[in-house]
Design a binder for this molecule. Sequence first.
Ligand SMILES: Cc1cc2nc3c(=O)[nH]c(=O)nc-3n(C[C@H](O)[C@H](O)[C@H](O)COP(=O)(O)OP(=O)(O)OC[C@H]3O[C@@H](n4cnc5c(N)ncnc54)[C@H](O)[C@@H]3O)c2cc1C
Length: 454
Amino acid sequence: MVSNPNLFIKGVMKSGRKITILGGGPAGIAIAYYAKENKIKYELFEASNRVGGNCITFEYNGFLYDSGAHRLHDKDMETTRIIKEMMGNDLKLIQVPSQIYREGKFIDFPLSPLNLLGFLGIRRFLYSAYQILASKIRTKTNIDNFRDLAIHTYGKNISDLFLLHYTEKLWGKPASELSIDVAGKRLKGLNLKTFILETFRGKNDKTQHLDGSFYYPKYGIGSIFEAFNSHCGDNFHLNQKVTAVYHSNQKITGIELNGNSINDVEDLVSSLPLGVLLKVMHPPPPKNILDLGNSILFRDIILVGLFLDVDSVNKNGSMYFPSNRYPFTRVYEPKNRSEHMAPLGKTSLMIEIPCQKNSGIWNEDEKIVIKGVIRELVDANIFNESDLFDSCIHKIKNAYPVLEKDYQTKINPIYDYLSNFHNLKLTGRNGLFAYTHIHDHMINGKRIINILKS
Ligand SMILES: Cc1cc2nc3c(=O)[nH]c(=O)nc-3n(C[C@H](O)[C@H](O)[C@H](O)COP(=O)(O)OP(=O)(O)OC[C@H]3O[C@@H](n4cnc5c(N)ncnc54)[C@H](O)[C@@H]3O)c2cc1C
């Protein structure tokens, strides 16, 4: 979702000119794709040595795994069609359910009344049903934080068990300080009606919340952006870090790359994290805007990989660990998305530990972090330690913008300041500071290019 769609309407760009794109993640690539489709000139500058940003597939001794558990959500018909055309037979529709690990047991995710009944037992179940009913009766009109939304939707019991600690681990803030926007669409399924219908009639089409079916490429999520790179990557410049963005008279005039070469700019689309863009602007933005830019937070992830000498751990798409006991939130087995992700007879587990870069666990000795993860997963009977033969660790920066309760009061003045530059557009998860996904970046890419054409 785009937090402030007006950003795309302000400052129409003139046609027939070249667009400079900052960042070669999914959002920057979407701009390049639609520019090429519309025969508009473009150049893309990416700091790292590969495209895909935080949506890449790593390779390690014959194993493939993504930068966190990714799936292509079939939410925008055009995005799915384009990626299907680009990937051909390499894109598969797969069916893999996920589960939550709680109190030593697995329960299906998303939660449904029937599986909750099995998990909670009749007494706790009835009490939870009563809590949902009671919270509905005490309808709150202005729910402004995730904690209240979760309790209003699921009642206190279920929220405590499955949602609140998980969300706090993921975003690194008390749930009462988080915006309701962090819920995404996750809290939509289990309402009172489905609770009652499903309990007495079983699951049917109407009460099925979210099945485990999604598109996934044979060789990992990153191969989508490798395919885009082959299609529209002629003008992509890798290893080009943007170190300054120059402006004058409310117009972006040029960018500095790697601290030296300077390129003129006609129209600029930035997918750099919002705070990074503000910091490289020259002359610098007003102090209050810089301060706001410094105050917005991005959540980072440590990804631990464990490589196992067994064919399979289990059949889950993802395993969620809401308990505070675990530093990690999610574990996934890449092979369950595509058999090509592991050598024959072997498998791997990828463990996501959300954290803040340059603090706490981020700076911890990597061996100690890996050891801790192994101990917890072995204790939980997820795998046998004797099957483990190798491990690795990756640090993923700027994985999620932290949507605090008041984030829009920080973001809107920044948007307003940046919208004064009539040849600048923003896109991307961190570029817009919005909890967006691949299809959102494609939709934004098309929208920006349509503005440019008009
Ligand atoms: C754990 C995890 C799971 C996810 N699961 C899903 C999923 O299932 N489905 C889905 O659709 N999405 C998923 N996402 C979201 C998806 O990965 C992001 O939406 C996407 O990566 C954001 O794309 P972007 O282009 O906005 O930013 P990024 O991917 O962060 O790309 C930004 C790019 O800008 C570059 N850059 C930064 N600074 C500079 C600079 N100064 N100069 C030049 N270049 C610079 C970076 O190197 C990077 O390549 C997930 C993300 C994470 C972290």
